[in-house]
Design a protein around this ligand. Structure first.
Ligand SMILES: NC(=O)c1ccc[n+]([C@@H]2O[C@H](COP(=O)([O-])OP(=O)(O)OC[C@H]3O[C@@H](n4cnc5c(N)ncnc54)[C@H](OP(=O)(O)O)[C@@H]3O)[C@@H](O)[C@H]2O)c1
Length: 261
């Protein structure tokens, strides 16, 4: 681990989290990577010279224990990236009840437990020059997307959490950034095969693009960003202006049956 400021990235064993860890390492951050799959996490960490800890962010006790160990080694944590997340493809009536609980526990509560657990480290870094929290939300946090209704609800909750903590911590030296990616091709979200709509597939981007935007948002102090901006910003505006109509329109798109999970 190099001598830069310390960043903790959750869900760093694949996809956007892994790409973000690599982007931050290139910028000189010292990283601590969190996720559940030991082999994958250790391999990424070794490649970029990071520390790693196995952690299930949906389990508050696991988060508290891991954060305590990390804060003992690194009393100041200058960046927390709340990225860990799972999909829930399929409607409220189709997917398993257990998945509806898991998606809230991981996508929404996971970030809450991490913020609370790392708060002392963030405050220490804030006192020494500034700290950042990045919440990787989703355009699904602004759109009622019926083909993945429970996922969408988890991201609406996470968006409210991110915006309210941004207001709560304003002036404290801890800056909260909200990042809203559109469709991104990753392991957990294989959008190019899972989505039925050819039109939507055209707007799928790679994880590296989101990772660069996350690093830029921190460096340039951007509070809230949509990645990519087009067409997703318009999608969020359409939902806000004509919510009922837009939700029906969006609901016509969806996932192939075999891809529901
Ligand atoms: N891909 C998209 O289209 C898209 C769009 C908008 C937003 N997002 C958001 O981006 C974030 C990253 O997703 P991704 O697309 O990069 O998917 P991904 O490749 O499946 O990565 C998800 C990461 O989260 C980790 N994770 C899952 N559950 C966890 C838990 N309970 N505790 C700790 N780590 C956990 C996974 O690692 P382990 O399995 O090893 O724990 C993995 O590292 C998620 O919050 C997702 O909602 C994705």
């Amino acid at each position: 681990m190099s001598g830069g400021r310390v960043a903790v990235v959750t869900g760093a064993s694949s996809g956007i989290g892994e790409a973000t860890a690599r982007a931050l390492a290139r910028r000189g951050w010292s990283l601590v990577l969190l996720a559940r799959r030991e082999e994958r996490l250790a391999a990424v960490a070794e490649e970029i010279g990071a520390e790693w800890e196995m952690c299930d962010v949906s389990d508050q006790a696991s988060v508290d224990a891991v954060a305590a160990r990390i804060l003992e080694r690194h009393p100041a944590v200058a960046l927390l990236v709340n990225n860990a997340g799972i999909p829930a493809r399929g409607s409220y009536l189709d997917i398993e009840a257990e998945r509806i609980e898991q998606v809230i526990a991981c996508n929404y509560l996971g970030g809450v437990w991490c913020l609370r657990a790392f708060e002392p480290g963030l405050r220490a870094a804030a006192a020494a020059g500034g700290a950042h929290v990045v919440n990787v939300v989703s355009v699904a946090g602004t759109v009622a997307f019926a083909p993945a209704g429970a996922y969408s609800a988890s991201k609406h909750a996470q968006l409210a959490f991110s915006r309210s903590t941004a207001a709560l911590l304003r002036g404290s030296g801890i800056r909260v950034h909200t990042v809203m990616p559109g469709f991104v091709e990753t392991e957990g979200f294989p959008q190019r095969t899972a989505l039925r709509s050819r039109m939507l597939k055209r707007f799928v981007v790679e994880a590296d693009r989101v990772a660069e935007s996350i690093a830029n948002a921190v460096e340039r102090g951007k509070g809230e960003i949509t990645v990519p901006w087009f067409p997703y910003r318009f999608v969020s505006i359409a939902q806000a202006v004509v919510p009922g109509l837009f939700a029906v329109f969006a609901g016509r798109a969806g996932y192939h049956k075999g891809e529901q999970r």
